[in-house]
Design a protein around this ligand. Structure first.
Ligand SMILES: [Zn+2]
Length: 501
């Protein structure tokens, strides 16, 4: 009894998850396909299409649940591999972060659309990555292209390094319809259809327009049936209910009694578990044609993104190998410039798994200053993902570690009752000032050393009773950690100084 209940529940789940994976209306796409067919511009070797994308990382009102930057970087690498054979290169125009419950869970609502229009970028494809999407039919909508607003919306679970969902929706953006257009709401099944299919028009969709001409295996109506594209064969949307895999059809027949042969591994169809997916040659030419239309001129910005591959792992400088970071605040994470990279995703956390309370940042130079106060005597972990706007597949380099300590600042000079070094960190000012409060006059030496103790400069100073100020030249110093040491016959004072670019 339990087993059969579970089996029934299983069937129900499969049905609801798979149905209507894409919520894109087809009629406007068919119109554009027809127009583009008349002015077809074939993909030409060396004529590169640079396609900017703005990713909107949407969280709920509380600021949580947002898609990760890692997922988007993996997704950009993924879609570039999927479109790699059609002189098309997607690149990240920017990440836009915002928090809104309506967009997060009901992006089709009026309230959501108002918010999305306010944030829409005018010179790139807008991809709103959300938590869930209202379904227009039975089951769960994973993503859609909105022809009216001209933006893409995807559940965050579909944004990753293996999914073909964004490649499919980008196909819609560039005018492609489903090869099974007309079968969207009522995929082939018995009933409501028979085998062979005995009708010439599909069952109309609830609210989805009239019925569509059914494409035949003999290709006699391929220009006006299905997706109106002749090298994508007849497709009765078998992938949704009739079969659960990528296999060739050997049973379902058209009205002439001929077995239909859908291209099951087409990006624009719904067949699951295909090893790889493809666009047909005509689909590629139509994407190319659409890119060069007036309608798409707003994304043809003339900007040529950085296309240098980013393949080298990050060469870390400090702090690494569990070393003492010399303090617990103003810790500078430092690494060498990675060839090709102009951005770095940095993450640090107390857990090596980066699951405790990970903090992330995207920086444009090869360093990151942790301004938060860390917990003393705790080991922290950090790693860096180097990338540029179009080359995002390097992934994180090896994890590094350091220990946040109570710091090395010492003062055993009884006469010095207070001191400050400012600014600290020092950024591009060329000097820092050590201010001392002393109870009497005495002579001393101020020494500047590297983090490893190498003396870089020293100066004789006279400390006067009351407040005295002493300048320390920093203009020759590269980014990193240094020590200011005040020596006298009365004792020693050590303060750490951080130089950042
Ligand atoms: Zn679709």
């Amino acid at each position: 009894m339990l087993k059969s209940l579970l089996a029934a529940a299983g069937i129900f789940i499969v049905f609801t998850v798979v149905a209507q994976p894409c919520g894109t209306p087809q009629a406007p796409l068919l119109e554009r396909t027809d127009a583009n067919k008349k002015t077809m511009v074939e993909v030409q070797r060396g004529v590169q299409k640079y396609i900017p994308m703005t990713f909107h990382l949407v969280a709920n009102d509380a600021g949580s649940g947002r898609v990760t930057e890692e997922a988007i970087l993996s997704q950009v690498a993924n879609i570039n591999a999927q479109y790699g054979d059609q002189e098309a290169l997607f690149y990240i125009d920017r990440f836009n972060y915002f928090d809104n419950d309506a967009v997060y869970d009901s992006p089709r609502s009026f309230a959501a659309n108002t918010q999305m229009r306010l944030r829409k970028d005018n010179n790139s494809i807008n991809v709103f990555v959300v938590n869930s999407i209202e379904s227009t039919g039975p089951g769960q909508t994973l993503a859609y292209y909105d022809p009216q607003e001209d933006w893409l919306v995807s559940r965050k679970g579909q944004i990753n390094g293996v999914s073909s969902t964004l490649a499919h929706e980008a196909g819609h953006f560039f005018s492609l319809a489903h090869p099974f257009s007309g079968w969207d709401c009522n995929p082939f099944n018995i009933p409501p259809y028979t085998n062979p299919v005995e009708v010439t028009f599909t069952i109309p969709c609830d609210g989805g327009g009239g019925s569509s001409l059914i494409e035949l295996h003999d290709r006699s109506n391929c220009n006006t049936a299905g997706d109106h594209i002749c090298d994508t064969p007849e497709d009765y949307n078998l992938g949704l209910f009739w079969q659960n895999d990528c296999a060739e059809n050997n049973s379902v027949k058209d009205i002439n009694g001929e077995v239909i042969k859908p291209m099951t591994n087409n990006f624009m169809s719904y067949y699951t578990n295909c090893a790889t997916y493809q666009f047909s040659p005509t689909q590629k030419n139509l994407i190319n044609t659409d890119f060069f239309t007036f309608k798409r001129s707003y994304i043809r910005t003339g900007v040529i993104p950085n296309t240098t591959p980013v393949t080298d792992p990050v060469n870390y400088i400090s702090p690494i190998n569990g070393e003492d970071a010399g303090g617990f605040s103003n810790i500078l994470l430092d690494w060498e410039d990675t060839p090709g990279a102009n951005k770095y995703l940095v993450i640090y956390d107390r857990f090596m798994s980066f699951t405790f309370n990970p903090k992330k940042a995207i920086v444009t130079s090869s360093e990151y200053l942790i301004t938060d106060a860390l917990s003393e005597d705790v080991t922290y972990y950090w790693k860096v993902w180097p990338y540029n706007e179009s080359q995002t597949d390097a992934g994180y380099s090896a994890t590094q570690s350091f220990k946040a300590s109570t710091g090395t600042a010492v003062n055993d000079i009884r006469e010095i009752t207070g001191y400050t070094l400012s600014p600290n960190p020092v950024r591009g000012l060329g000097k820092a000032t050590l201010a001392l409060s002393s109870t009497k006059d005495f002579d001393a030496v101020i020494e500047l050393t590297s983090a490893t103790g190498q003396r870089l400069s020293s100066q004789q100073v006279n400390i006067t009773a009351g407040i005295s100020q002493h300048e320390i030249a920093t203009s020759d110093l590269t980014a990193g950690l240094y020590f200011i040491i005040l020596h006298s016959s009365h004792g020693r004072l050590v303060e750490r100084m951080l130089i950042i670019d």
